[in-house]
Design a protein around this ligand. Structure first.
Ligand SMILES: *Cc1c(COP(=O)(O)O)cnc(C)c1O
Length: 425
């Protein structure tokens, strides 16, 4: 595989036969820190953010990183220092933002199932906005805010009923989804929000899905949301901000999603044409900021020839890289050191005792046991979804910055995993 054909990974390249991230040779990092190991490129994260910033140049826009994509503290720090806000979906994520140096006013809180305790904590911190997803949540949030003598800033997540043309598990803006308030119910919900004493209506938001690689669903969703802004404001309820969610896809295997800057220039043209270009705008990108900034290094443990298939068994598994098992997702897999071994076709699998534990199917690889592989595009929805299944410790993480390598998460050992458990008397 040539350097040019590594999908969507500007900071990942071969020098000679050796794979590098920025100026760091990955074989050295794997030897020093062990595998499985997540490696993130700071330059790549900042470049992804830069595309959005260019798209919004001259506008009142806040980019809130949807941190469920990768909630490691060092990743949050990179974005906090670059001026990002954060879109959170739990009280745990809120604590992570604070630990990474983010502020309450930079936080928006999404999700269909916020608990009273999470609401209370977020109100105490003084977050910027709750993205509310149902009328019953409005009632509870108002009550919790009143108990604290506060008014909760709210935006309603509306469901534009637009097909994002992505995997059904990651499409969220259709009628049959659990997310958001139906388009037809939105004005009624806004009227209720405006009446409730513990709430202050500040905005509207939507999020139609993830790994979206076309522009048209965004253009359609924008039209539907702006129609609602019109109706809500006609009903006498002012909306300070409009939040268009996240969802932009990345190149895993040759997909060609629009560049974030180009996408937003198009969307802003539409916003301007409809007279909303000067509003406070917000977006919540996750995957597109981190997905191609990370990869996972693994060691080849065994090659196991079979009658129907050859297996390449590596030391990373579905607990580290859950996307193939969950969504049949594709990650490119490349050697860390290119060799002259004859290539063969393998299913790349992990050690977990599940047939669903596969990382890549029918991959042509020239590898031998003891060598390292890099599973690419692993910056988003990998470590943040990692588990301890099979009592496997979660992987270590390093962040590369030029020629520097920072260990940003230690490998979990069995003691750490058992902490908090109690033996019977
Ligand atoms: C997950 C999520 C996002 C981010 O989605 P990406 O596809 O990672 O960009 C944004 N907003 C909400 C409400 C989400 O749930």
């Amino acid at each position: 595989m040539s350097a040019a054909s590594l999908p969507g990974q500007p900071q990942v390249h071969y020098r000679g036969n050796e794979l590098f991230v920025e100026d760091v040779r990955l074989a050295d990092v794997a030897r020093e820190h062990g595998t499985p190991l997540f490696v993130y490129s700071k330059a790549s994260m900042l470049a992804a953010l830069g595309a959005y910033q260019r798209g919004f140049a001259g506008r009142k826009a806040k980019i809130c990183y949807a941190m469920k994509a990768n909630s490691s503290l060092a990743v949050l720090q990179v974005f906090a220092r670059a001026g990002c806000g954060f879109d959170i979906v739990s009280g745990g994520e809120l604590e992570r933002v604070l630990a990474a140096g983010g502020k309450g006013e930079d936080i928006i809180f999404s999700g269909v199932g916020k608990t009273r305790a999470e609401m209370r904590r977020a109100l105490e911190i003084g977050i910027r906005c709750f993205n509310v997803e149902s009328e019953s949540e409005l009632e509870v949030l108002s009550a919790v805010a009143q108990e604290l003598g506060k008014r909760a800033p709210v935006s309603l997540r509306v469901n534009p009923d637009v097909d994002p043309k992505t995997h059904p598990y990651i499409s969220t803006g259709l009628k049959g989804n659990k997310f958001g308030i139906a388009h037809k119910d939105a004005v009624r919900a806004y009227r209720r929000a405006a009446e409730l004493p513990g709430l202050k209506v500040v905005g509207i938001d939507c999020h139609i899905g993830s790994q979206i690689t076309f522009m048209s669903p965004y253009l359609d969703a924008m039209d539907r949301v702006l129609d609602l802004v019109e109706s809500v404001e006609k009903a006498g309820i002012a909306l300070e901000h409009i939040d268009f969610g996240g969802g932009l896809g990345i190149n895993y295997s040759g997909e060609q999603p629009p560049d974030a800057g180009v996408l937003w220039q198009q969307l802003l043209t539409k916003l301007d044409a409809r007279g909303y270009g000067q509003r406070q705008l917000m977006i919540e990108p996750g995957r597109s900021l981190v997905g191609n900034a990370g990869l996972c290094l693994a060691e080849v443990l065994y090659l196991k020839p079979g009658e129907q298939k050859n297996f390449c068994i590596i030391d990373a598994a579905m607990n580290d890289l859950p996307r193939p098992a969950m969504y049949e997702a594709f990650h490119a897999i490349v050697p860390v050191t290119r060799t002259t071994v004859a290539p063969a076709t393998f299913d790349v699998v992990g050690p977990v005792c599940e047939s669903g534990d596969w990382i890549g199917r029918d991959r042509k690889l020239a590898v031998e046991p003891g060598e390292y592989l890099a599973v690419l595009s692993a910056g988003a929805y990998c470590m943040s979804m990692a588990s301890n299944y099979n009592t496997r410790g979660r992987a270590a993480e390093v962040l590369v910055d030029g020629s520097q390598v920072h260990l940003v998460r230690e490998r979990e050992d069995a003691q750490v995993q058992m902490r908090g458990e109690r033996l019977l008397p």
